[in-house]
Design a protein around this ligand. Structure first.
Ligand SMILES: [Zn+2]
Ligand SMILES: [Zn+2]
Length: 379
């Protein structure tokens, strides 16, 4: 699992290797937090779950997972307390499992499900953390581009907070993504054109969505780099000095809704079928995370066809020659067409982030920074 630097606040002064109680402690807190979140979703579904998903959860599996995570959290927490001098991790896990159990544990009764005007997507957050961590943590351990980079590298708390905020606020981000297209571009809709688009095979629609969405995303992304007041929002994403799956979440909320909202406009106007749009959303949610991951795969035969981690890592590179390059997130050919490609053969960047480190760590600081920073955003 590697060495953790002291700036992470975890493992300060004590080892993090096997037998130190650190691995068991981190796993215990993770399991206990997931179980606790699951119990809260059972108790308060009207407030903490996504209305569209509420009725579809297999309750038997959810309860089994909560039970398994509670047992694992308690067992590993105890192990960590026994092994480790600093008992913070172990005691935190034991406290969380105790509270979750007192609240009913895996047998907690499902609360009323009447919808209120708003909700928090705790279920959406827990599900994404679970699936993405299960997928990417082993992948990054087995095929690391930088094997010495630990899972809990500096800045991970900030990125996890960005991840949590964008998922918990899913109601707001989805609304702000979809509403502007219908509100401002209804005039551009041509029923005949939409019917022609929808009558195409699903795969053809999916390919067309990737092309159209990335062309729109390219334009918006490039504007975020070139327009100084927009750059103040987007520089948050580029302040990441370590690339991994979690770094993909480091995005200002305004960056998220403006980029997604404008990229959605051509999809709305062209009227792609719902299954094609959903298939694209599944693809993009994994692909966007993957291209940030700390993995050494090169996909040499298709590197010029589809954006790979190496291509997007160069977008984050600190080297001056890579600044304002590789805006595409799906199709590198767009950057070649517009003369903004930088993709040296076989090499990876030496360092990531912004020269001069202008952006401080911390979710709230990064959220308010574009509105308060006195120095004009320059890039
Ligand atoms: Zn960028
Ligand atoms: Zn990125």
């Amino acid at each position: 699992m590697g060495q953790v630097t002291t700036s992470t606040g975890i493992g300060r002064g004590e080892g993090t290797g096997f037998g130190s109680g650190w691995i068991s402690g981190v796993l215990a807190v993770t399991f206990a937090a997931l179980a606790g979140g699951g119990v809260l979703c059972l108790l308060f579904p009207w407030l903490l779950t996504t209305p569209d998903a509420r009725g579809h959860y297999p309750l038997g599996i959810v309860r089994f997972l909560i039970h398994a995570f509670l047992v694992a959290g308690f067992g590993l927490g105890t192990l960590s307390v026994l092994l480790r001098r600093s008992r913070t991790l172990g005691v935190t896990a034991l406290a969380l499992t105790t509270v979750a159990t007192l609240l009913g544990g895996s047998g907690a009764a499902v609360g009323a499900v009447e919808s209120g005007p708003g909700y928090v997507g705790l279920d959406w957050f827990l599900l994404n953390v679970l699936v993405l961590a299960l997928l990417f943590v082993p992948l990054e351990r087995l095929f690391a581009r930088l094997p010495s980079q630990p899972i809990f590298r500096p800045g991970w708390q900030t990125d996890l907070a960005h991840f949590a905020a964008s998922h918990l606020l899913v109601q707001v981000t989805v609304l702000l993504t979809l509403a502007p297209a219908a509100l401002f571009f209804a005039w551009a809709v041509r029923p005949g054109l939409q019917q022609a688009v929808q009558s195409q095979p699903l795969v053809a629609q999916l390919v067309a969505i990737v092309i159209v969405a990335d062309l729109a995303q390219y334009a918006v992304h490039r504007a975020f780099h070139r327009v100084p007041w927009l750059w103040r929002f987007h520089e948050i994403h580029h302040s990441a000095r370590a690339m991994d799956w979690l770094a993909s979440s480091r995005l200002h909320l305004l960056d998220i809704v403006v980029t997604r909202g404008l990229s959605f406009v051509p999809l709305y106007v062209l009227g792609f079928s719902a299954p094609a749009v959903y298939a694209y959303l599944v693809f993009v949610s994994f692909h966007a995370v993957f291209i940030h991951a700390n993995v050494r795969f090169r996909f040499r035969p298709i590197e010029w066809l589809v954006v790979t981690p190496r291509f997007h890592h160069w977008h984050h590179a600190a080297a001056p020659e890579a600044v304002d390059r590789n805006f595409a997130v799906h199709l590198p050919v767009i950057d070649r067409l517009f003369g903004t490609s930088y993709f040296p053969d076989g090499r990876w960047p030496d360092a990531y982030g912004l020269a001069g480190l202008p952006v401080p760590d911390g979710w709230l600081r990064q959220l308010v920074r574009p509105f308060t920073a006195r120095t004009p955003g320059v890039h």
